[in-house]
Design a protein around this ligand. Structure first.
Ligand code: PTJ
Length: 246
């Protein structure tokens, strides 16, 4: 893999591709993850490869939900582990959330590899290995969750995934926070808080908001109240179609 000069106009995007490739080589990311990355990249290009204002507002609301939760969990899949392991660990630290590996293309070996990878990036505890609870009415491997993790959580952050677990978690009464570059995806549609942004930017941004909310002792209910997920997705769609959010 050639070194990508920082001056290259597509530096960040090429670096992300490289991380996903390295994740596949390391047994962390599924080969399907390459396809998912390509899909995300196209939306990111149309969004201007930056955090748009509506995504920033959603990130603040997500931070408030994580801080106000009784039991929050950040769900980590093979793409998130490859793209943003430090950011996931830091967000869990700052908000007091658990980290749980949850995979669509689940093998116990890959769950273990991702848990190890997160520990190498500073995580102390990672749930997921040996998980044996199930999300009801979901007949693929994403349904397998830790009984004391996602299954018991009241707030779950699910970055970058396919949509039916998102809906199933909502039906279990959980508040679901989704990071997805596609505002039309089923996950974004099912989310209480859709953050239409690249996970590489969104996770550190939610962390920054959480730090700021904690330090200023803001009323968290006032931050989450009145947030409109449909408007957040519509603003992102306008940005993609028209180049601006209004
Ligand atoms: O590691 P596993 O086995 O759990 O598998 C993970 C993938 C991502 C392969 C699996 O969940 C999958 O196939 O997902 P989809 O159906 O391709 O959906 C991925 C969604 O994430 C799409 O809507 C993409 O636009 C979006 N996406 C891709 N890359 C990013 C992203 N959203 C935010 N940040 C990204 N970097």
């Amino acid at each position: 893999m050639a070194e990508i000069p920082e001056s290259h106009p597509r530096h960040d995007s090429l670096q992300q591709r490289h991380r996903i490739e390295a994740g596949v080589d390391a047994g962390i990311t599924s080969r399907q993850g390459l396809v998912a990355q390509g899909r995300g990249e196209a939306f990111d290009y149309l969004l201007g490869e930056e955090t748009i204002p509506s995504a920033d507002r959603a990130a603040r609301v997500a931070a408030a939900h994580l801080l106000a939760a009784d039991h929050a969990v950040l769900s980590v899949n093979g793409n998130v582990a490859a793209l943003a392991p430090e950011a996931a660990v830091e967000l869990a630290d700052v908000t007091g959330a658990d980290l749980e590996v949850n995979l669509f293309h689940r093998t116990e070996r890959r769950v273990e590899a991702i848990a190890r990878h997160l520990r190498e990036h500073g995580a102390t505890e990672v749930k997921g290995p040996g998980a044996d609870a199930r999300i009801p009415e979901l007949d693929h491997e994403r349904a397998t969750v830790a009984a004391d993790g996602i299954h018991a959580a009241d707030v779950v952050l699910v970055p970058l995934e396919d949509g039916d677990r998102a809906r199933a978690l909502g039906e279990m009464g959980k508040t679901e926070l989704v990071v997805d570059l596609n505002p039309l995806s089923r996950s974004a549609e099912a989310a209480a808080v859709p953050i239409v942004d690249n996970v590489v930017r969104a996770l550190p941004n939610v962390t920054a908001h959480a730090r700021e909310l904690r330090e200023t002792d803001v009323d968290l209910a006032a931050v989450t109240e009145g947030f409109d997920p449909d408007e957040a997705r519509a603003a992102a769609e306008r940005r993609i179609r028209r180049g601006h959010e209004t």
